[in-house]
Design a protein around this ligand. Sequence first.
Ligand code: HEM
Length: 269
Amino acid sequence: MFARGDSYQRVALSRLNQVYQALGGRRALKYSDAMSYGADQILTGQGNSDYERYIRTVDLLKLQPEPDSWKHRDELLFTIVHQSSELWLKLAVAECDEIVIKLKSGDILAALRLMPRIPLCITNATIALDMLEQMSPWDYQQVRRALGHGSGFDSPGFNAIRRAIPKLGVEFFRILNEAKITLLQMYVNHEKHDEIYRLAESLVEIDERLITWRARHFKVVERSIGLHVSGTQGTPVEVIGKLRDKTFFPEFWDVRTEITNYALSEENK
Ligand code: HEM
């Protein structure tokens, strides 16, 4: 697949034009002619091209309301931010399930190769939040009316994340126990326990990115509707403020304090 500005595409189009005109073609072919979908499309399904059929763009692009049914000006923006976040979280959960299988089978390196995908998914959902701040606080009030009792607490993506991520912790602590070392010992001798160390740090990375998402979400909520009000399900905004530092893996944060105290005790010997 080549992008519109791709030089390969331009060369191919210019050669096609030479042949076309030699055969008596009256006008120069345009990019759109070259892109007309011929017999070389091999997949079945809805859409004119294999791209549309494979990506299922026909179904996908039907999932956003058309302007004539919009209840407010920002319906498309609001829907796309939420839908795309759900998709990134769906990928994060799928990768998480796969990583758990790898860890159960003892393949730590394979798990480590997949691990960065989870924080990347969460970062994409975090960046998507920026778009919501393009709505004015007053315009958001129109959005709120259209939402019914729709609330982020019912986000399938986040609820699946809440169930999936702790499974990584279970596998990690099983592996740590099997190595017969404590978390502190592993961190102090991290070079000796490199795989376990990298596993631990990838869980910290996931935890930190989720905390970053919550902090960002909280600010977006405050900027949109204010602090001393309740959401569509009656939850005071202050409550999500308190959830900000919620962690899946408190042990990994506590061990930092233990490491510092241990280092200090060694220095004082
Ligand atoms: C302007 C945009 C947004 C506003 C004003 C907003 C508002 C709120 C409010 C007030 C709550 C508390 C529960 C309630 O009463 O509804 C909440 C919770 C939540 N929202 Fe949003 N939200 C926004 C965007 C998003 C987006 C894009 C997502 C991504 C899927 C999301 C996911 C969540 C989640 C997961 C919770 C549960 C709290 C947690 O687990 O930390 N929200 N939101």
